[in-house]
Design a protein around this ligand. Structure first.
Ligand code: NAI
Ligand code: MG
Length: 353
């Protein structure tokens, strides 16, 4: 498996280094033959190449099996004409990574305020309210006058249907329950279409139970009883917001693993951002990107029918579980280790089997 590794900004380089250590250990133990190519995005790339992301990276990504992308300081990037492009948007859009899969679960060794839960947010990733990725050219957010802005939300049957398929296929392998989260009471046309397409796909999966919940009420339901949910399918912005909530509920936003998958490519990417408030201090939790790496191995293994990759993914998840029991974790989840030592301890645990 050949991967392109792009560390990004803020805590990106720290959590990426820890992730690389773990992926290399997994490769060694399971004979994955991982080949990593390292390059840069974000501020480092802006400084060196005049752009936060270069078209060459797209070519490199297409020649490989996947990408590991650290978070970028996207809020700093205002003007595409000056090379300030959101690297995540650029790669998600150009590689057509339509399914953003974001699991969130509690761990026995990590107390939370919630009952044990294990759910996955399946978020549409290529359209919706994210104006930077829902147009073929230009941007769907417009400044009409200095005081008036308009943002357009694109919803298409095709994109609804394919994210619904991803959600139901996942539910078949898990708890066989899909919850459709929407705002069809207000966004009657677009979210109406989303529900319709989800229901069509549901008809092809009679063994999967389906319900639907309006997004605002969902915030209350998920906090009240997260153990009710298995797979939650939703549009882009709702999924973005909901998945930060569920990651934090699992113990920390720093546990939010996430993979962006398309038909031919996939990209491991933590759910959170570049966390400038804790950058450079060796305290960021690397598990988000490490778990994202595991999701990427799993995606590759299933797609190419290579069981060793699926085993490696399970082993990383198990090692994370055990790390909580052993206290080999960062401070945000009650541990004493720094980012680097947490990665090293996890890599050692994997190698020890
Ligand atoms: P953030 O997700 O970076 O941080 C929110 C809070 O969670 C902060 O208190 C941070 O310290 C904490 N946190 C995040 N990751 C953590 C980790 N691994 N371990 C421990 N604590 C962690 O959100 P924020 O501060 O709003 O955004 C910072 C920058 O990241 C902005 O420029 C934003 O645009 C960008 N961003 C980039 C994303 C991407 O590249 N995919 C996604 C989201 C935000
Ligand atoms: Mg987000």
């Amino acid at each position: 498996m050949r991967l392109l590794v792009l560390p990004g900004d803020g805590i990106g380089p720290e959590i990426t280094a820890a992730t690389v250590a773990v992926l290399e250990a997994a490769s060694q133990r399971f004979g994955l033959g991982l080949e990593l190519t390292h390059d840069i995005v974000g501020h480092a790339s802006l400084k060196q190449y005049g752009a936060t992301v270069r078209p060459e990276l797209l070519t490199m990504a297409r020649e490989r099996d996947g990408v590991v992308l650290g978070p970028a300081a996207t809020f700093d990037f205002k003007d595409e004409a000056k090379g300030e492009i959101n690297p995540s948007m650029y790669l998600r859009k150009n590689l057509d990574l339509f399914a953003n899969i974001r699991p969130a679960r509690t761990y026995p060794g990590l107390p939370t305020r919630f009952p044990p839960f294990d759910l996955v947010v399946v978020r549409e990733n290529t359209e919706g309210f994210y104006a930077d990725r829902n147009m073929a050219q230009g941007n769907g957010e417009i400044l009409v006058t200095e005081d008036v802005s308009i943002a357009m939300r694109r919803i298409t049957r095709q994109c609804c249907a394919r994210i619904a398929r991803a959600a139901f296929e996942l539910a078949e392998r898990r708890g066989k329950h899909v919850t459709i989260v929407h705002k069809a009471n207000v966004l009657k046309i677009g979210d109406g279409m989303f529900i319709e397409e989800c229901r069509k796909v549901a008809a092809e999966h009679p063994g999967v139970t389906v319900d639907d919940i309006i997004v605002d009420a969902m915030m209350a339901h998920v906090v009240r009883a997260p153990d009710r949910f298995d797979v939650v399918v939703t549009t882009n912005m709702f999924g973005d917001i909901l998945s930060d909530l569920t990651a934090e509920m699992s113990g920390s936003l720093g546990l939010g693993g996430s993979v962006n998958a398309g038909t031919d490519y996939a990209m491991a990417q933590a759910a959170h951002g570049s966390a400038p408030d804790i950058a450079g201090r060796d305290i960021a939790n690397p598990f988000s990107l490490i778990l994202s790496g595991a999701l990427l191995l799993d995606w590759h293994g299933r797609r190419r029918h290579l069981p060793a990759f699926e085993q490696a993914a399970r082993a990383i998840e198990t090692a994370v579980e055990q790390a909580f029991g052993a206290g080999e974790v960062t401070a945000d989840v009650g541990g004493k280790l720094g980012t680097r030592k947490t990665g090293e301890a996890l890599a050692a645990r994997l190698l020890a089997g």
